[in-house]
Design a protein around this ligand. Structure first.
Ligand code: ADP
Ligand code: PEP
Length: 469
């Protein structure tokens, strides 16, 4: 008898159930063991390194989330749509205190307040029926990589970090063991404003002794990626004398020459590094070691405002199943994205695995030292020329002073390009004094005879108000 459609369907579902029976017991055991070790609710559904479809299914249950017409997950980060640098704090404890550049970038929080915030975050996560754990790496060079664990209550956050960290192979996951750094993301729950040193209900705290980070009161996913970056700015120079860079990086196909593009958030690192004629090493966070350059991340986080297939085809094409689009405006019927839409924020973003860029080089590292260093400055005043060649001394001057602009939306409260001085083109993420990084950059450039350029991605001739971009 010929199989009927209904029988075929039954058989198909049975096969899936049987396949799941083989895979799931092992996975569930691991999930439960980790969940119990973290003290999570024993009745909670703990998802350990869940697959992209499972994270999609759960994320769609979160308020407002949906699927775009190209298959990306559209998610919303709530009231905070940019980083909250004024609420970032570093724990003042004896093992790291002497190294830290204390001040407005790295504000002190005492160990007692840290403990209160950490307990609050974990207590919140313990109340959740679903908790997501992502174990993955930061740093493509195995000599320097760190094992990162993210514990969070939103599937959107888990998918974001699955994209932004480096996915372990099944064998690496099997032997992953304890993480080197853990993020407790309880961003839906506020910080306790009555706690000493707490100035708002948002707090992003990092503890270098415990190697942990706590997020309360902000659901902006960029806090997690920039949190890991901050950890690398501390760990790499101190432990290995490796320089951490707020830069993108690409490599010539024929000669293998490496270019770094330094730039503050939103000033063109992602756009300019996604050159189809060169191999992409990474769009935002790198380290320069004695062996060459390696990317810290497994994904890219592109700005989406005014994105078009014509102008940025590689990035446009990366917005598909598996990518996370944040805070974008869309057509409610077709689910097409309106990339010009800034009703929610100017800081619309997409996080996608770097493999989605056709020219990406996997693994994302180069065993060649950079021959060109490009300092991207987005000049809102129209003073700087479009491009200038720099001497080593001029690089130091520009790198330390970091004249550029904060772009609208990347930080809470910034609504239009704002002239700023941001040391190392990444002041919000520096942990040591800027001179430490600048000196290391100068030494490396001299040793490897790198050329340097200042490239104005902002306005020339006139200021932002009337100038030509
Ligand atoms: N001259 C330019 N160079 C690079 N990007 C530009 C320029 N003018 C406008 N843009 C736009 O500015 C934004 C730069 O964002 P992005 O490359 O994601 O920054 P970053 O990676 O440094 O955070 C993109 O939306 C890009 O389309
Ligand atoms: C995501 C951020 O930066 P970038 O644009 O450099 O990725 C940020 O500053 O929050």
């Amino acid at each position: 008898m010929a199989p009927t459609a209904i029988n075929l369907r039954k058989e198909y579902h049975q096969n899936i159930a049987e396949a799941s029976d083989k895979v799931l017991p092992h996975k569930i055991k691991k999930q439960n063991t980790i969940g119990a070790a973290l003290g999570l609710n024993p009745d909670a559904e703990v998802h350990y390194n869940a697959s992209v479809p499972i994270l999609y299914e759960d994320a769609l249950g979160e308020k407002g989330n949906l699927i775009s017409s190209t298959g990306a997950l559209v998610a919303f980060s709530g009231t905070k749509t940019g980083r909250s640098p004024k609420d970032k704090r570093i724990v003042d404890e004896p093992s790291s205190s002497e190294h830290i550049w204390w001040g407005p970038v790295n504000k002190k929080v005492d160990e007692n307040t840290w403990q209160i915030s950490k307990n609050r975050a974990i207590d919140y996560l313990r109340t959740r029926e679903k908790v997501y754990i992502i174990d993955a790496f930061a740093g493509w060079d195995p000599r320097y990589r760190i094992k990162v664990r993210v514990v969070c209550a939103r599937a959107y956050h888990a998918l974001f970090m699955k994209n932004m960290l480096i996915k372990p192979t099944p064998a690496e996951l099997e032997t992953f063991g304890e993480p080197d750094f853990t993020i407790w993301n309880a961003g839906q729950f506020p910080a306790n404003v009555a706690t000493k040193g707490m100035t708002s209900s948002t707090s992003v705290e990092i503890n270098f002794k415990e190697m942990e980070m706590v997020i309360l009161g902000t659901e902006y996913a960029g806090e997690m990626k920039k949190g890991i970056f901050t950890v690398m700015f501390y760990l790499m120079p101190i432990k290995y004398k490796v320089l951490t860079l707020h830069s993108s990086c690409n490599q010539g196909v024929e000669k293998g020459d490496v270019t770094l593009f330094f730039g503050l958030s939103g000033t063109g690192k992602t756009t300019l590094s996604a050159d189809p004629h060169r191999k992409l090493i990474g769009d935002d966070e790198h380290c320069w070691s004695d062996h060459g350059v390696f990317n810290i991340e497994g994904g890219c986080y592109a700005k989406c405002l005014d994105l078009s297939a014509e102008r940025e085809p590689e990035i446009f094409g990366a917005i598909r199943f598996g990518s996370v689009l944040e805070n974008v405006v869309f057509n409610p019927y077709t689910r097409d994205i309106d990339y010009e839409g800034k009703d929610i924020t100017e800081n619309t973003r997409c996080a996608y695995p770097i493999q989605y860029i056709p020219s990406a080089k996997i693994p994302c590292l180069a065993d060649t030292h950079p021959s060109n260093i490009i300092l991207l400055t987005c000049d809102a005043s129209g003073v700087l020329p479009p491009v200038s060649k720099l001497t080593n001394a001029q690089v130091m001057y520009h790198f330390i002073s970091g004249y550029t602009s904060k772009m609208a939306g990347t930080e809470v409260g910034v609504t239009e390009p704002e002239a700023t001085f941001s040391s190392c083109y990444g002041q919000p993420f520096l942990v040591l004094h800027p001179m430490k990084y600048a000196q290391q950059l100068s030494d490396k450039m001299t040793e490897h005879k790198s050329s340097a350029w200042l490239l104005n991605t902002g306005w020339t001739g006139q200021s932002v108000a009337k100038g030509e971009c």
